[in-house]
Design a protein around this ligand. Structure first.
Ligand SMILES: *Cc1c(COP(=O)(O)O)cnc(C)c1O
Length: 444
């Protein structure tokens, strides 16, 4: 902690973070979209490549998961307008929000019930394609449905997929890998919920539990996997593949807006608020959205007051060289999906000039937002996902954000704005746990 003492006088924000206050930070390094892409290691072509791969796999996904039939094997979530919740945010929280408010229901993504269905499943499919091609199971132009044949399944069963997770990533990777035929080991941090471990075990997944936090689960998982030539480790902190899986959300939501004749351009700005853990999901989604909407979109990340790792890395400029524990925070939060102490350095580097800012939220408020959304819209989200509501609530009440709006020439455009709260998880939460969440009241 001492090493970082000298930073604190320079950054009053850190003092506030140490007091576990809700904070807001506007990214001073944000540039135009074009400039932010200079020297970037990934580009729109990489995202398109991922999108094409998902299309190739769609027949196989449809075969294994009949619930994806309506979308012909694509795993995509509804975009719903939430007017009653908008009124609630305005009346109860003084949000004073102009424009339209939508919920992007990744909570209801098929197979995994969370945003991790984007990145996690994509990475397993990507690896499967590579293995199948290398071993002659996929000829040029052959349908990927073939990968469900007994012969291929037996082959995949000779390989192990491993991952470290706070819960949802393990669920998405565990389920898809087990269904495809792989052996799977998920390394769970202490924060991971019991029901997630049980659900995984019911799919035949081996769940290893660790006393420590997410970082430790990842480290142990990687060591074990590296020691086995037939094992593949999915690295949430550094995986470009996972990131690109998330990024396909950009084109998908563009189509959803288009189908509803909702215009997004510089006159009709889009504000997106995404809960952030290690940064892969919000970073990848933001990257994908940026490729599509460029300077018309403004991306904000939301983290718990005890685990604002991305905000800390970005505000200090130290990226993954600093952890929340370094400034005396515990990293422990009711938002289990966001309980991460150190951000992804790779994501931080890409987001540095691209995302608009970050903010934090107190745990008690997650349950408030959860109950409000349930009452107003009859949609249930897990606590982590509810962090995103802090965005629209803060927007018009925070002086720095108001300044951001002025500096970006957005004042007169806010009545045309579209706000998207990215709901990152919840549909798989069992009934008894929902009840427990709904009745959880924390002290401020
Ligand atoms: C994983 C997760 C996030 C954040 O994703 P990161 O890639 O860790 O930043 C947000 N919400 C939920 C519900 C999650 O499971």
């Amino acid at each position: 902690m001492e090493n970082f003492e000298k930073l604190i006088p320079k950054l009053p924000l850190i003092k506030q973070m140490q007091r576990r206050e809700e904070v807001f930070w506007v990214n001073p390094r944000k540039t135009s979209f074009a400039e932010s892409m200079e020297g970037c290691e990934l580009n729109a072509g990489d995202v398109e490549d991922a999108q094409q791969r998902l299309l190739r796999f769609a027949p196989l996904i449809e075969k294994y998961f009949p619930e994806t039939k309506p979308l012909h094997g694509l795993i995509e979530s509804p975009l719903v307008e939430i007017n009653a919740m908008k009124d609630c945010l305005n009346e109860k929280y003084g949000a004073d929000l102009d424009g339209r408010l939508f919920l992007k229901e990744d909570s209801h993504l098929a197979i995994a019930g969370s945003v991790k269905a984007r990145g996690g499943i994509y990475e397993v499919l990507n690896y499967t394609e590579k293995l199948a091609r290398e071993h002659g199971f996929l000829g040029e132009g052959e349908s990927y449905e073939k990968l469900g044949d007994e012969e291929v399944r037996r082959f995949l069963n000779g390989y192990t997929i491993q991952v470290g997770s706070t819960g949802n990533l393990g669920l998405s990777i565990g389920i898809i890998s087990a269904v495809l035929g792989y052996q799977v080991i998920v390394h769970m941090s202490a924060d991971a919920k019991q029901w997630k471990k049980e659900l995984l075990r019911s799919h035949g997944v081996v769940v290893k539990e660790y006393e420590g936090d997410y970082g430790e689960a990842v480290k142990k998982g990687r060591e074990l996997s590296d020691a086995d030539p037939y094992s593949y480790f999915i690295d949430d902190e550094n995986s470009r593949t996972l990131f690109l899986g998330y990024a396909t959300a950009g084109e998908r939501i563009k189509k959803q807006f288009h189908d509803r004749q909702i215009v997004i351009d510089e006159e009709h700005p889009l504000f997106v608020y995404i809960p952030c853990g290690v940064g892969g999901a919000p970073g990848g989604i933001s990257f994908g959205l940026k490729q599509v909407f460029r300077d018309a979109i403004h991306c904000f990340f939301v983290e718990p007051v005890q685990a604002p790792c991305m905000l800390l890395g970005m505000a200090t400029g130290l990226n993954h060289e600093i952890s929340v524990q370094d400034i005396g925070l515990s990293g422990k939060t009711h938002a289990d999906g966001l309980a991460v102490g150190r951000p992804s350095g790779f994501v931080g580097t890409i987001m540095k000039k691209m995302f608009s800012g970050g903010m934090t939220v107190q745990d008690y408020k997650l349950y408030e937002y959860m109950r409000d959304l349930l009452a107003q819209e009859d949609v249930f989200l897990e606590p982590s996902a509810c962090a995103a509501f802090q965005g629209p609530v803060f927007l018009n009440q925070n002086p720095e954000l108001q300044d951001y709006i002025r500096k970006n020439g957005l004042e007169s455009k806010m009545q045309n704005a579209v706000h998207v709260v990215w709901a990152t998880g919840g549909s798989l939460v069992p009934e008894d746990i929902r009840e427990e969440y709904i009745h959880t009241e924390l002290q401020e």
